[in-house]
Design a protein around this ligand. Structure first.
Ligand code: GLN
Length: 481
C-alpha cells in the first residue's frame, strides 16, 4: 500500500546498519501501530511489548533485515508468543522450537512484532474460520482480508510492518495479498524449509512472504530461502540465488525485451468479473510497454484443479491432523460410522471447516474409495503439472492471470463452503504443480484492490520477480487507483 520507500524493509535495514536508527525505536513504533490498528482490524492473535522490545535489543544490527519489524502467521513455530494455528485446540500454545523461516528472519536482524490471525489450520479463504478472528480488510472493514494468511496480509497493508510470513497450500498468501492490495509470493515447493510450519497438506504446503512492494517481498524471500538438510528432507539442495533488487542500471524502460509472458485462456473465462478483466488487460499492456511479448497459451487441465485440490488437500490433512484427535484414516466408513466420527472430531475441538476436511479426507482415503477419488486426483495433478511443463518448455518465461475471480467479498457473503472453494480457482494450480507464483496489485475495482498473478517455471523465481518489478514500475500509481 505504502508507496513511501523510506518505510521499505531495505531502507529501514540500511538506516539501522548505518546507525541512523535504532531497532528498539522502530519496534516501538510498530507496536504502537499494532495497538492502534488491532481494535479495528484484529490482524494479530498474540503480541507482547516486552518480548518484541527485548528481541529488538538483541537483533543483529548488520543483517539484511536489521531492525525490520515482521509479523508471522500463527502456524509458523516461534519460541515466543503463540503458535495456535487459529484453533481452539492450540489456544495459548507456545512452541518449544523455532521454524527455520522464523529463525532465518531473526538471524537476519528482523524483529517479530506479533503472530497473525488465520483460518483454523490454514483451511479457508477469509479468516472467518479462525477461533480468534476474523481479521478485517483495511480497505473496507466490512470485507474479508482473504485467507488463510489474512492477518499477515492486513499487518503489511495497514503499515504495521513491511514484511510478513504466511503459508500457502492453495493460495493462502496470494489471495489475501490480492484482497489487501499488497505483494504475496508462494515460492517453488522446496525453496523454503517447511520445518516448523504446522502441516496442513505436506505435498502442497509452502512458507510464503508478503511485502508492501515487490522488493520487500523479494528481500524477505531471499532471507528465508535455501536448503535445510538438517530439518526438511523436501527442501531443495543448492543455495538459492539472490532475489534482491537488481542494480539500478538494469532498470530500463524496455527491461522486459525478449521476455515472453503467456496469457492462459483458462484463467480468463467469460464469467470473469468484467472490471477485473479490464485491470488485467491494462496490466498486460503495461508488460507490453516494457518490451514483453504476450502470447495466448493453454493449460488444458485447469478445470480439474479445484476438484483435485479439494481431494488431495483434505486427504493429507486428515493424516496430518490425526495427531490432534486420534481420528484414523484408511478405515471403511459407513452410515453411523461417519456420524460417530463427526461427533468425535467436533468434540475434540475442531471448528466446522476443519471437521469437514478431516471427514472428507478420511472418506477419500478409505478402502473402497481410494482408487475412485484419491488416485484419480493424483492423476489429475500429474496432468496439471505437465501442462505447466509444456508451456514453459515452449519458450514462455512467465504466465499472467488474475489472482482471484473477484475482489474481496463481504463477511458472511459466502456461506456455502463449495462456493468459498471457488475463490481459489486461479491459485491452487501452482501448488499442485509446485511452481512459484505471486500476486501483485494491478489497480482497483469499485475501490477494492485487484491482484494480478505471475507464475514461473519451478525454481525460476528470479524471472517471475523480474517481470513483477517491471509491472510494478510501469503501473506506478495506477496500481493504487
Ligand atoms: N483457501 C484454500 C483452502 O481453504 C487454501 C488454503 C491455503 O493455502 N492454506 O484450502
Amino acid at each position: 500500500m505504502s508507496e513511501d520507500r523510506s518505510h521499505s524493509a531495505a531502507a529501514i535495514a540500511a538506516a539501522v546498519r548505518a546507525g541512523d536508527e535504532h531497532a528498539e525505536a522502530i519496534a516501538r513504533r510498530a507496536l504502537d501501530a499494532v495497538a492502534r490498528t488491532q481494535p479495528v482490524l484484529n490482524a494479530f492473535v498474540s503480541w507482547d511489548r516486552d518480548v518484541t522490545l527485548s528481541a529488538a535489543a538483541e537483533a543483529p544490527v548488520n543483517g539484511p533485515l536489521a531492525g525490520v519489524p515482521v509479523a508471522v502467521k500463527d502456524n509458523i513455530a516461534t519460541p515466543v508468543l503463540t503458535t495456535s494455528c487459529g484453533s481452539r485446540i492450540l489456544a495459548g500454545y507456545v512452541s518449544p522450537y523455532e521454524a527455520t523461516a522464523a529463525r532465518k528472519l531473526r538471524e537476519a536482524g528482523a524483529v517479530l512484532v506479533g503472530k497473525t490471525q488465520m483460518d483454523e489450520f490454514a483451511m479457508g479463504s477469509s479468516t472467518e474460520h479462525s477461533a480468534f478472528g476474523p481479521a478485517r480488510n483495511p480497505h473496507d472493514v466490512a470485507r474479508v482480508p482473504g485467507g488463510s494468511s489474512g492477518g499477515s496480509a492486513v499487518a503489511v497493508a495497514a503499515g504495521v510492518c513491511p514484511i510478513a510470513l504466511g503459508s500457502e497450500t492453495g493460495g493462502s498468501v496470494r489471495q489475501p495479498a490480492a484482497f489487501c492490495g499488497i505483494v504475496g509470493i508462494k515460492p517453488t515447493y522446496g525453496r523454503v524449509s517447511r520445518f516448523g510450519l504446522v502441516a496442513f497438506a505436506s505435498s502442497l504446503d509452502n512458507v510464503g512472504v508478503f511485502g508492501a512492494t515487490v522488493d520487500d517481498a523479494a528481500l524477505g524471500l531471499e532471507v528465508i530461502a535455501g536448503p535445510d538438510t538438517r530439518h526438511d528432507a523436501t527442501s531443495a539442495p543448492g543455495p538459492a540465488p539472490s532475489f534482491g533488487a537488481p542494480h539500478p542500471a538494469r532498470h530500463g524502460l524496455r527491461d522486459l525485451a525478449g521476455v515472453v509472458v503467456g496469457k492462459p485462456r483458462e484463467y480468463f473465462p467469460d464469467t470473469l468479473d468484467a472490471a477485473t478483466r479490464d485491470r488485467c488487460e491494462r496490466a498486460l499492456d503495461a508488460l507490453r510497454a516494457r518490451g514483453a511479448v504476450i502470447r495466448d497459451v493453454t493449460l488444458p487441465h485447469t478445470n480439474l484443479a479445484i476438484a483435485a485440490y479439494y481431494i488431495i488437500a483434505p486427504a493429507e490433512c486428515s493424516a496430518n491432523l490425526a495427531r490432534f484427535d486420534g481420528v484414523r484414516y484408511g478405515a471403511r466408513i459407513e452410515g453411523d460410522g461417519l456420524r460417530a466420527m463427526y461427533e468425535a472430531t467436533r468434540s475434540a475441538g475442531f471448528g466446522p471447516e476443519v471437521t469437514r476436511r478431516v471427514l472428507l479426507g478420511t472418506y477419500v482415503l478409505s478402502a473402497g474409495y481410494c482408487d475412485a477419488y484419491y488416485r484419480k486426483a493424483m492423476q489429475a495433478r500429474v496432468r496439471i503439472r505437465a501442462d505447466f511443463d509444456v508451456v514453459f518448455a515452449s519458450g514462455v518465461h512467465a504466465l499472467f492471470t488474475p489472482t482471484t475471480p473477484t475482489p474481496a467479498f463481504r463477511f458472511g457473503e459466502i456461506s456455502d463452503p463449495y462456493e468459498m472453494y471457488l475463490s481459489d480457482i486461479f491459485t491452487v494450480t501452482a501448488n499442485l504443480a509446485e511452481v512459484p507464483a505471486m500476486s501483485i496489485p494491478i489497480g482497483r475495482v469499485r475501490g477494492l484492490p485487484v491482484g494480478g498473478q505471475l507464475i514461473a517455471a519451478r525454481f525460476d523465481e528470479a524471472t517471475m520477480l523480474r517481470v513483477a518489478r517491471a509491472l510494478e514500475a510501469e503501473l506506478g500509481a495506477e496500481a493504487a487507483r
